[in-house]
Structures are given as C-alpha cells and as structure tokens.
Design a protein around this ligand. Sequence first.
Ligand SMILES: [Zn+2]
Length: 327
Amino acid sequence: MNMMIPKVELHVHLDGSVRLSTLAELTGLSLEEVQNQAVTSSSCQNLEEYLTRFSLPISVMQTKENLRRIARELGEDLMKDHVLYAEVRFFPLAHTKEGLEPEEVILSILEGFQEVEIPIHLILCMMRNESLEKNVEVIHLAKRFLNKGVVGLDLAGDEENYETSLFQDLFHFIHTLNIPFTIHAGEMASAESVISAIQFGTSRIGHGVRSSSSDKALELLKEKQILLEICPTSNIQTKAVKNIKEHPIWKFYQMGIPVCINTDNRTVSFTDLEKEYRLLSTHFPFTLEDFCQMNQMAVASSFASEEEKRSVNATLEQYLKQFKEWR
Ligand SMILES: [Zn+2]
C-alpha cells in the first residue's frame, strides 16, 4: 500500500518529537548518546520509564531560538510525512526554567509553525502530577491564546497514580470557559478512566485502548462518537497493549467508534505516521479507504476552524477519487 496518503495528526507531543540531530547539536552530545537518552529502549517496561526520555529534549527547549527551531523542524517533518493538518501538544510551564515567560514560550513555538506551509495548532497540556495552581495557569494561557494558535487543552502524565476522576473541578472550569479539550485516558489506567473523561464532556480521548475491556466504555464511545487518538507503537512501548496483534484499534473501528492514527512522540517512539500506517496495514486488513476514512474522522473531531476542515476534507476526497481512478 502506498503510504503517501495525505494525513491528519492530532496527537503528537512537541518535546517527544525533537530531531536527534538537533538534540545532538544543542547539547554537544554524540548522536549515539542522544539516542540512548531520548529514544525509548526495546526493554521499556511502562509509561513511567517511557517518560524519562523527555528530560534531555526539555533541557534544550528553554530559549526562544531553540523553541522556534524545534517547532519549525517538526513542521517540516510533518510535511515530509504528508500531513495536511496537525495539532501539536506540550506543557508550556516546562519551558520556563531559564527565565522565559510562558507567553514567550507559546509565541516562539507558534512562530516556528508559521514558517511551514501547513496549519499546525497547539494544544496545551495540563499535567496530572503538577499542582492545581500550575494547571489553572495552563487553562488561563489556553484561554488567552484561544484561536490565536492554541486550539485546546489536554491532560497528560501519570494516569496510574493520579486518576482522571480527581480532575472533575478542573474540567468543569474549562467548560465554563468554552475551551475545547481532549484527555489522555485508558492508556495505563482502566476503562473507568475513559468513562470519567466522557463524563467530563470530552469529544476526544488520547489512546483509550483500555476501553476494549469494558462494554460500558465501548457503548459510550460509540453512542457519543468520541474519537480515540490511537498511537500504536507508543502503546506497545508503554505496555498499554501487549503487542500489535492485540491492539484493539481494529475492534474499535469495526464497532463504529471513531479512531485516528498518531505517533504520540516521533523521537521517543522512533516513528512517523508512514511507519504507523504500515504497521497497522501489516497486521490488520485495513484498506487505503479505511485510512482515508480515519483521517476524515480526525478532521471531524479536530479543533480546526470550519474553513480548515473544509479544505483538508477536500484534499482527502480528491486523493480518494484519484486513487479509485488509478485502480
Ligand atoms: Zn500522548
């Protein structure tokens, strides 16, 4: 199958997607050392271990120049991967260690994105393991930059020790501010986490793979047409699923639950969308039409403007039409 399909990516972390060559240049370390520190190993046991790979990139993402460059390079990498539209996420307060204001962090990244030709928007992550004050600060930042480069919020981090239900008040507050959001849920914790996220009114879920063990979660996802942002390689590395054959993406798709394909972290997971599509098409009977349909599902649940959605959908439809003519 030709993997040059036009794609949409909604779940990719900026700090997990810094080019290895850039990390080497900015840290002065060898490429090999950078790889050891920033790419997950095949012996990775869990999400906790996976998350240790972010320290090195975050250490160099502390100046306007570096942030702008890293954002631009990710934009270029997305274009090489035939991405038409992307939402990139990060926790802005991780980048203020050398004195930058959070507003400067966000503006520098947006400048980098503006240097590439596809629309790329930001999702600001709140972190499960951070204080309420910091997460409220992220919410205020999202409100301030809403539709000025930022399109929504997310909740990321250690799901096992900080369960989703603890964040009810935060999401109630987000509702009152009318900020779109997605939530990492059902990655390391059970389907209950997904059910909590749905109760908070989310229209999207990061991963959600553990939903497959709960009829209630599956029914809710289908009934409410909640999009699961699936990241196959990452799910295997963090042991969210045992192996690709046991990945529930096929089951979700067959059931009529919207799903889309993402990398999660291009560097930490050492992947891109072409690899993810290839992995899925090797192990499941997905057709090119299925992949195009998933991208349409991604567009429908994205935080893009109506105009952007129309434009991306038109390209996807055009591609599918040409593909049918070639056949
Ligand atoms: Zn993620």
